[in-house]
Write a protein that binds this ligand. Sequence first.
Ligand SMILES: *Cc1c(COP(=O)(O)O)cnc(C)c1O
Length: 390
Amino acid sequence: MDVVIKKAGRISELPPYLFAEIDRRKREALARGVDLIDLGVGDPDIPTPAKVVEKLIEAASKPINHRYPNSPGLMEFRQAVANWYKQRFGVTLDPAKEVLSLIGSKEGIANMAAAFVDPGDLVLVPSPCYPVYPVGTSFNGGKNYFLPLTKENHFLPDLDTIPADVARRAKMLWINYPNNPTAAVAEKDFFARVVEFALRYDVIVCHDAAYTEIAFDGYRPMSFLEVEGAREVSIEFHSLSKTFNMTGWRIGMAVGNPELVSGLAQVKSNVDSGVFQAVQEAAIEALRLGDEIVEPARKIYQERRDILVSGLRRVGLQCETPRATFYVWVGVPGGLKSAEFAAKLLDEAGVIATPGNGFGEPGEGYIRLTLCVDRERLKEVTERIQRVRF
Ligand SMILES: *Cc1c(COP(=O)(O)O)cnc(C)c1O
């Protein structure tokens, strides 16, 4: 008799994977030998700075680093995070109680709900968004209440439209600025309104700050913790991935309210054993070097942004000029659906774009393009799109 293998409800109830159709067409095109330009994935093509790689090599050869790390992270790593927050944002953190290492911020984001969301609890989630926020909620039996991000509200959730009973029931709120996928940024007045809302309704604020260092024209995005009162209500997720081109290394951090940090640490100490210490040593070096190694990447992305945005406008597509992130959020032309336009770009131009609704229904009407290919290829993108009929 065959064993019946039935997956848990939390897996079978995952929303349909909206990128499946694009993935299928992409594989077909690659099999036909099409020269694809992939503006789909948000993963830096620029290598990790050499000084950081050298530090890893040195640290990897030390036997002390071959043993289990301690789950919250080396005190030296947490101190380096605190130092970086101090000099970058003017935010003082206690490394022992207010800083936690993560195996990439995705891991911490996913585990946050395990620490604070009980079955049936409501979590306020922007839409479109990084998909891990709502998945974390549903894996832990919570319910997502989506806050649409639209052009009209400058891609900032409109807290005033949240019904009072929903706000009172809400346990947690996710925000993410500079934003993936819309490339929107938030100013201090918005963050201050979020703090006020959180204090009024007793809601935990989780700010995903993955892109604060990828910003242009001298703009320096702020940490949520810079806002008065934020530490009472919030935890901020940050990462070395985008800042230092270290997506494959898996290291990030959660900082902020000590109760929130310790709750997350409790979950983590039960399910993981921390980040390879050699990676933590390399991360300390990256944080210490800071802008010295980030600035060259910023320049590269800014130049690419200018090439892509001006090219897109030339071929009649509409987008804002991003002030931060390596994404461009492009309006879909001619009454097409996001998925139809993405399919057209793939079939007729060999350009891979992500349909905006894949990040949530309010993303319908947009595609997301990334700046993670070099300038010559980006110039070619607009030449190719010129030939597409829309
Ligand atoms: C890339 C990304 C992350 C996660 O990055 P890690 O590599 O897991 O640190 C988190 N949030 C957003 C919005 C991202 O785009």
